[in-house]
Design a protein around this ligand. Structure first.
Ligand SMILES: NC(=O)c1ccc[n+]([C@@H]2O[C@H](COP(=O)([O-])OP(=O)(O)OC[C@H]3O[C@@H](n4cnc5c(N)ncnc54)[C@H](O)[C@@H]3O)[C@@H](O)[C@H]2O)c1
Length: 292
C-alpha cells in the first residue's frame, strides 16, 4: 500500500491498520515460540515478510504458515545454518531489512567453583556465537543491498546485574552487549543499525523452566505471581512476550532511525532501582497527620 492509497482510504473513512514495517523482510531466530514467536507475529501484522529460523520445526512451520511467512530449520550455533536462513530471505524476497537475533537457551545455576566448562561452551555456542553468526551474514546481505537495515540482538538484564542468571548465561548475555556496540560502530557506515533488547522476567517457557530448575512443581500462575511481586517496579505487572515484541518492532522500524549501538531494558524499571529500599519514599509526615 503506498501513501496515495492510504490518503484515499483515510478520505473515505476506511479504517486501516497502520503498518510500520511495510514490505520489509525480516528473519527472526528462535521465532517458533515465546518472545520470538510474538515478535514474528507482530512484525507480520505490521506488513513485514518474516522468516522464522528455529529448531522447533513443527511449531515454527505452523506459526510461519499462519503469518504467510517462511520457516527454516536453523540451529544458530551452526554457522552454515544461519547463512542459509539469511539466504532464504533473499531468495524469497530479494533482500533483508531486519534481523532479530533472539534464539537463546537458559542454564541451571551452580557455583563458579564447580562450573562445567562443556556446558558453558554449549551455551556460548548458541547465545553468543549464534548472535555473531547472525550479525555476520545479515551485515553481508545488507551491505550488498546498500539500503541499510536493522539488527536487534537479544541480551538480558542478567548482563547488567549479578544474581539474575547463571554464570554462563550472564557472561554470554554480557558478550552480546559488546558485539552490539562494536558492530554498530562498524556498520553505521552502511546505514545499518545494531541495537539490543534486554528482557527481564518475561513469562515464557524459558522462564518457567528456569523456575522449575529450583522448584520442581511450580505452576505458571505461581511464576506469574512471583515475577509480578518482586521483579518489577510496576505493581502487579510481569513482563509479557508482547512487551518485548513491541520494543523490537520500534527498533526494527524506521521510527528508530537515529538509534544505534544502544540497549533497551524491558524490565518494568527493575534494574534502575533498589526495590527493597522503596520504603524511603514513604511520606512519614503525611502518614502521621492522617493517623496512618
Ligand atoms: N523470558 C525471559 O524472561 C528472558 C529474559 C532475558 C532474556 N531473554 C532472552 O530472550 C530470548 C527468547 O527467550 P524466551 O523467553 O522467548 O525463551 P523460549 O525458550 O520460549 O524461546 C527460545 C526460542 O529459541 C529457540 N532456540 C533455542 N536454541 C536454539 C538454537 N540453537 N537455534 C535456533 N533456535 C533455538 C527455541 O526453540 C525457542 O523457540 C532468549 O535469547 C533469552 O535468553 C528472555
Amino acid at each position: 500500500m503506498n501513501m496515495k492509497t492510504i490518503i484515499i482510504l483515510i478520505k473515505h473513512n476506511v479504517c486501516i491498520h497502520v503498518t510500520r514495517l511495510m514490505n520489509k523482510v525480516a528473519v527472526v531466530t528462535g521465532g517458533a515460540r515465546g518472545i520470538g514467536g510474538a515478535t514474528a507475529k507482530l512484525m507480520a501484522e505490521n506488513g513485514a515478510y518474516v522468516v522464522i529460523a528455529d529448531i522447533l520445526d513443527e511449531l515454527g512451520t505452523k506459526l510461519a504458515n499462519s503469518i504467510n511467512g517462511r520457516y527454516v530449520h536453523c540451529d544458530v550455533s551452526i554457522e552454515s545454518d544461519v547463512e542459509a536462513a539469511i539466504q532464504l530471505a533473499i531468495t524469497w524476497k530479494g533482500k533483508l531489512d531486519i534481523l532479530y537475533n533472539n534464539a537463546g537457551i537458559g542454564d541451571i545455576g551452580g557455583s563458579i567453583t564447580t562450573l562445567d566448562m562443556k556446558r558453558v561452551s554449549k551455551l556460548v555456542g548458541v547465545n553468543v556465537n549464534g548472535v555473531v553468526h547472525g550479525i555476520k551474514y545479515a551485515a553481508r546481505a545488507m551491505i550488498k543491498e546498500g539500503k541499510g537495515g536493522s539488527i536487534i540482538n537479544s541480551s538480558s538484564t542478567a548482563a547488567l546485574m549479578g544474581g539474575l542468571g547463571s554464570h554462563a548465561y550472564t557472561l554470554a548475555k554480557e558478550a552480546i552487549l559488546g558485539v552490539t556496540k562494536s558492530s554498530a560502530c562498524e556498520l553505521g557506515l552502511y546505514g545499518i543499525r545494531v541495537n539490543c533488547v534486554l528482557p527481564h522476567g518475561v513469562l515464557s517457557e524459558m522462564l518457567v523452566d528456569a523456575y522449575r530448575g529450583f522448584i520442581k512443581d511450580v505452576t505458571v500462575e505461581e511464576v506469574k505471581k512471583s515475577v509480578s511481586g518482586s521483579a518489577s517496579l510496576l505493581k502487579g505487572r510481569y513482563g509479557m512476550v508482547e512487551d518485548v515484541a513491541n520494543a523490537v518492532l520500534f527498533l526494527a522500524s524506521d521510527e528508530s532511525g537515529f538509534i544505534t549501538g544502544h540497549n533497551v531494558a524491558i524490565d518494568g524499571g527493575y534494574t534502575t532501582s533498589s526495590i527493597p529500599m522503596t520504603f524511603i519514599y514513604r511520606d512519614k509526615k503525611s502518614e502521621s497527620v492522617n493517623g496512618s
